[in-house]
Design a protein around this ligand. Structure first.
Ligand code: IPE
Ligand code: IPE
Ligand code: MG
Length: 242
């Protein structure tokens, strides 16, 4: 049986640009509205008692966007980290930045680091903020670290299986996502959680991220509750037998 509520929801927050274009506004307005939407969805996941929420905020490929858009996104991240810190801490949300944070401009890097420190003892929702994250670089980094461990004689190559590899990924020790929601209507992972998505249920919502509210999350959760997760096996209530 699939538990009604996913323990870990991951969201590919897409559609900010189109939301802004529809209104004749510069893209940065879409990203700003997206940050407000993120705040609402964090609140809702916390209220629903979801344990983990990962949000894909900036991919390793998003650096290829126009420099002013990248700058605006980085500034927004710094601003979000500062303005939401107290509320998130009071709410018991634990924020964990996930990705190559070292490569971010100082303001965003320091903002995210201090947000993580300030909320480290939170015992409610764990929020994994995927920033400068890419599934391929996550796997490449894990492979590199495992190769180093092998060279040092700490790990034997024949010991490496899916479980061991998973322990070297940035998401470790947090569980794999149960449900991946992509807003903005596309049906692709765009280099998000390639390994971790193995058995996640996928839900694509046509709604642009800035408009994605609790009612749209509820629709995704309802779809999830109706899914039968088999993990390659036979469903436990398989009445057809043999
Ligand atoms: C998602 O919105 C936010 C980031 C990728 C940072 P987009 O900016 O990709 O929105 P669209 O896809 O152009 O509408
Ligand atoms: C995925 O959206 C990345 C984030 C939401 C952060 P993109 O807009 O970058 O993905 P593509 O380019 O449409 O695949
Ligand atoms: Mg997009």
């Amino acid at each position: 049986m699939t538990p009604t509520l996913p323990d870990h929801i991951a969201i590919i927050m897409d559609g900010n640009g189109r939301w802004a274009s529809d209104r004749g506004l510069p893209k940065v307005h879409g990203h700003r509205a997206g940050a407000r939407s993120l705040r609402r969805i964090i609140e809702e996941c916390d209220r629903l008692d979801v344990s983990y929420l990962t949000v894909f905020a900036f991919s390793t490929e998003n650096w290829s966007r126009p420099p002013d858009e990248v700058d605006a996104l980085m500034a927004l991240m710094a601003e979000f980290s500062r303005s939401e810190a107290d509320d998130l801490r009071n709410q018991g949300v634990r924020v964990i930045p996930m990705g190559s944070i070292d490569e971010l401009p100082a303001m965003a890097r320091m903002g995210l680091r201090s947000l993580a420190e300030l909320t480290a003892s939170g015992e409610g929702l764990t929020l994994l903020l995927a920033v400068n994250y890419g599934g391929r670089s996550d796997l490449a980094r894990a492979a590199r670290r495992l190769a180093e461990e092998c060279l040092k004689g700490h790990v034997r190559p024949e010991e490496i299986d899916g479980r061991v590899l998973g322990e070297y990924l940035l998401s470790y020790p947090h569980p794999d996502p149960d449900l991946i929601i992509r807003t903005g209507g596309e049906w692709r992972l765009s280099n998000f959680y390639l390994f971790q998505a193995a058995y996640a249920e996928f839900f694509s919502s046509p709604v642009y991220w800035p408009d994605f509210g609790p009612e749209h999350l509820a629709a995704a959760l309802q779809a999830y509750a109706g899914r039968q997760r088999r993990f390659g096996g036979r469903p436990t209530d398989d009445s057809e037998g043999g």
